[in-house]
Design a protein around this ligand. Structure first.
Ligand code: ZN
Length: 133
């Protein structure tokens, strides 16, 4: 894994949180993107070499809606950049990690993504992401 690509934060109201994080960073989000298949609307902020991704549910079955229901707003996942997501998935499976989606799916921000089950990573949902070129 190369570096932390972004940290995902689950929020109830994206518009409100966009304002809050714009005040925090001193600059507004640079992108809003809806991932229909995941039932989320996302916005991205730059933080040096990393990003912050805010996620708002767009439907009640969305994983973000369920997360907020259980745990409230807050850090949802940490995403690591990888060069080759398929070989990284194989490597991690051999190490005993449970991959939630063995076939990477298209996520926000032009990325192929896969998630690791938090029960094998000390309760932290980890996202692997590979830039699509
Ligand atoms: Zn993410």
């Amino acid at each position: 894994m190369k570096k932390i690509e972004h940290i995902g934060i689950a929020v109830k109201d994206l518009e409100k949180s966009n304002k809050l994080f714009a005040s925090l960073f001193g600059e507004p989000h640079y992108k809003i993107e809806e991932v229909v298949s995941e039932g989320v609307k996302t916005s991205f902020f730059k933080s040096g070499p990393n990003k912050i991704e805010l996620l708002e549910a767009t439907k009640p079955e969305s994983p973000i809606a369920k997360f907020i229901e259980k745990k409230g707003e807050g850090i949802h996942h940490i995403a690591f950049a990888v060069d080759d997501i398929l070989s990284e998935i194989k490597r991690l499976q051999k190490e005993g990690f449970i991959i939630l989606n063995e076939t990477p799916k298209k996520g926000a921000d032009n990325k192929l993504v896969a998630f690791l089950h938090p029960k094998t990573t000390n309760g932290v949902l980890i996202e692997l992401c590979q830039e699509i070129d």
